[in-house]
Design a protein around this ligand. Sequence first.
Ligand SMILES: CC(C)(COP(=O)(O)OP(=O)(O)OC[C@H]1O[C@@H](n2cnc3c(N)ncnc32)[C@H](O)[C@@H]1OP(=O)(O)O)[C@@H](O)C(=O)NCCC(=O)NCCS
Length: 185
Amino acid sequence: MISSDVTVRTATASDVDRILGLVNELAVKQIMLPRSPASVIENLRDFLIAEVDGTFAGCGALAITWTDLAEVRSLAVHPDYQKHGVGRAIVEALITEAKRLEIPRLFAFTYVPGFFEKLAFAQAEHEQLPHKVFNDCMHCPKFLACDEIAMTRVLDPDAKTPTLLGMPQRSFPLPQRTKKVAAKQ
Ligand SMILES: CC(C)(COP(=O)(O)OP(=O)(O)OC[C@H]1O[C@@H](n2cnc3c(N)ncnc32)[C@H](O)[C@@H]1OP(=O)(O)O)[C@@H](O)C(=O)NCCC(=O)NCCS
């Protein structure tokens, strides 16, 4: 098999069982984190599906964190199709989608940094990522002992620091305090 045999398409409801089956089969082997049915169904539009000769070969999702950041998550290639360019095809398609959305930076948490390095991601400290990306970590059994490696890739080095509603944007928006009205003298 060569990588040109791989096609990548958006996911549909009929892919849910296959996504859950593959991700959770790999999660049992402790090589990625599990996903619940609800988290896949509710976020189905994030998912892309890779097929080889029309057969399900893998999946991956692009989860938007903020206007300037998105996560590559639930990336999984069926063991029968690994090391044949399927993972690369999925990530490249997710990158195309991120560029379409004008999101300038991607990140992933992974146990396979070598794969992401091949896709031009670089290792980063967890602390370099905004707190918001750790929302899901609150539900993770490894919350107090995280052994995943953070990888990031800048897609648009010229991207300006984003603003939201005209205000400087923090990693997580804080409530804007009402300005005090100057007391009349
Ligand atoms: C990691 C994974 C997605 C890679 O998918 P894949 O289809 O096997 O990878 P590809 O064939 O597209 O490989 C692309 C490149 O990465 C390299 N690569 C693949 N797996 C690698 C690994 N585990 N470590 C280092 N490099 C790796 C390949 O050699 C290839 O390099 P090349 O372009 O120089 O030939 C797949 O092995 C997988 O699903 N693993 C289990 C689940 C997992 O770890 N998911 C990641 C969660 S973030």
